[in-house]
Design a protein around this ligand. Structure first.
Ligand SMILES: Nc1ncnc2c1ncn2[C@@H]1O[C@H](COP(=O)(O)OP(=O)(O)OP(=O)(O)O)[C@@H](O)[C@H]1O
Length: 437
């Protein structure tokens, strides 16, 4: 079953418990956690539907507040209560994004607003941004706001967070009739990138046996995605800046400029603004590219989207509606996902291959190995977010500006929501006091 439980607004940071939805269950529900606590168990009427989990004890565990913190307490259940994959002895404080397992039912403890009641209609042919957390909703709103405007957009986020999907959605909602063209800027020398983007005339260099129009012209009337924009060679950046200012390209070996009408989106795993600070990316090009910024949150900061993403990815893998064992659900929910949604997709595809047809997808040795592989990669990934200076005065100013909306503020400053909550608590600032009525 699905459901969310929220705190009464205005008292403490809002909190949700989100059970892992199973195929065929209804939309998510929400209700406040009362101050006096909430008992979760097979015999408790927490949502419209009962939990329907025989592994849950009638009164399994309780969540209640001690000061500013929610605390989970096992009520002597038969199967035990687990927090982030580890059994809870007596009681334990809950933190943002924590995963609780009561019997075979999973919950995510989070502070985002409840997801909308129903999923948006999906396109059969185009990739969609699956997810209902406030951070993904804000990304959708951001796409809808900027898509029709001829603005250059920078999309940042760790690898596999969906930057290319965002670029495709920007194109789809732009009303532009030309094509969507993507180029990975990594690994090109200055000269090769010029020829790739602007084209070349016949004989421009050894091997240029025929004229090439280049990707700017290929994307005419449409959208050009400059992927891995952080890898654009520094020496080439002034040339690209000139093109973005004049909307004219000069093919390599030609003396004539050709006008182009293209919407440019730049995507990067690394925060371009921090590269500018380190002198690794030109400030003038960054300013020209970042007429609008979209930041994608890492998957581990929106664990409550993992169930919906798993269902969407399974459908893409031809395993629509396939059930998961509780052990696999728990493993997917607690994993740190350094490769984000791409990593989740890989692990699910291994589970589909490794599990015999007709059985729920299980946490077998192949899946465990795939999860382990995913964990190791994290250490070799480039850092994503720049360090930020957030003292009390700055936090207060930002809370006022964002009307107490923590998810939006976190995105703006480029820190995770849990980290922002910790900063707010240590600065003794309550976002609820800044919400506009
Ligand atoms: N929110 C999402 N909903 C559904 N699928 C997603 C989502 N985010 C990512 N994916 C899937 O994960 C994979 C990686 O996504 P995408 O290529 O857009 O990531 P990226 O951020 O551009 O990665 P990279 O930086 O490595 O190029 C794709 O198969 C994509 O369909």
């Amino acid at each position: 079953m699905t459901g969310t439980i929220r705190l009464r607004p205005g008292t403490l940071p809002p909190a949700l418990l989100l059970p892992f939805p199973h195929p065929g269950t209804g939309p998510a529900q929400s209700r406040p956690i009362p101050r006096e606590g909430l008992v979760l168990g097979r015999g408790e009427a927490v949502f419209d539907q009962p939990f329907g989990d025989p592994a849950m004890s009638p009164r399994h565990a309780e969540v209640r507040f001690q000061g500013a913190h929610a605390v989970v307490h096992d009520l002597g259940s038969a199967a035990g209560t687990r927090l982030n994959g580890v059994p809870v002895r007596e009681s334990h404080t809950l933190a943002e994004g924590d995963v609780l397992r009561l019997g075979d039912t999973m919950f995510v403890y989070t502070s985002t607003e409840p997801p909308p009641a129903a999923d948006e209609p999906r396109s059969a042919t185009e990739p969609e941004l699956t997810g209902a957390t406030a951070s993904i909703e804000a990304v959708r709103r951001s796409i809808a706001a900027v898509a029709p405007h001829p603005r250059t957009v920078v999309v940042t986020g760790e690898t596999g967070t969906g930057k290319e999907i965002v670029a495709r959605l920007l194109h789809r909602h732009s009303g532009r009739s030309g094509p969507f063209v993507a180029v990975n800027c990594g690994g090109f020398t200055e000269g090769l990138l010029a020829s790739e983007l602007f084209g070349h005339v016949r004989g421009a260099f050894t091997g240029a046996v025929a004229e090439q129009q280049g990707l700017f012209r290929a994307a005419r009337g449409g959208t050009l995605l400059l992927d891995e924009a952080s890898d654009i060679p520094l020496a080439f950046q002034p040339t690209l800046l000139r093109v973005l200012e004049t909307w004219q390209v000069r093919p390599v070996g030609s003396s004539r400029d050709v006008p182009v009408d293209v919407r440019v989106v730049a995507a990067s795993n690394r925060e371009l603004v921090s590269l500018v600070q380190q002198g690794l990316f030109r400030a003038d090009l960054y300013a020209r590219l970042a007429q609008w910024n979209i930041r994608l949150p890492p998957l581990r900061d929106r664990r409550e989207d993992i169930p919906a993403l798993s269902r969407a990815l399974l459908a893409q893998l031809g395993a629509e509606g396939r059930a998961l064992t509780p052990d696999l659900e728990e493993a997917l929910l607690v994993h740190p996902w350094p490769l984000n949604v791409r990593g989740l997709s890989n692990v699910l595809s291994i589970a589909v291959i490794a599990t015999p047809a007709g059985q729920p997808l299980a946490l077998g040795p192949e899946v465990l190995a795939a999860l382990e592989d995913n964990r190791i990669e994290r250490s070799v990934l480039p850092p994503a977010a720049p360090p930020v200076e957030l003292d009390r005065a700055r936090l207060e100013e930002l809370l006022r500006r964002f009307g107490g909306r923590v998810a939006e503020l976190a995105r703006h400053v480029g820190v995770s929501r849990p980290k922002l909550y910790r900063l707010l608590w240590s600065a003794e600032l309550d976002p609820a006091c800044f919400r506009r009525r």
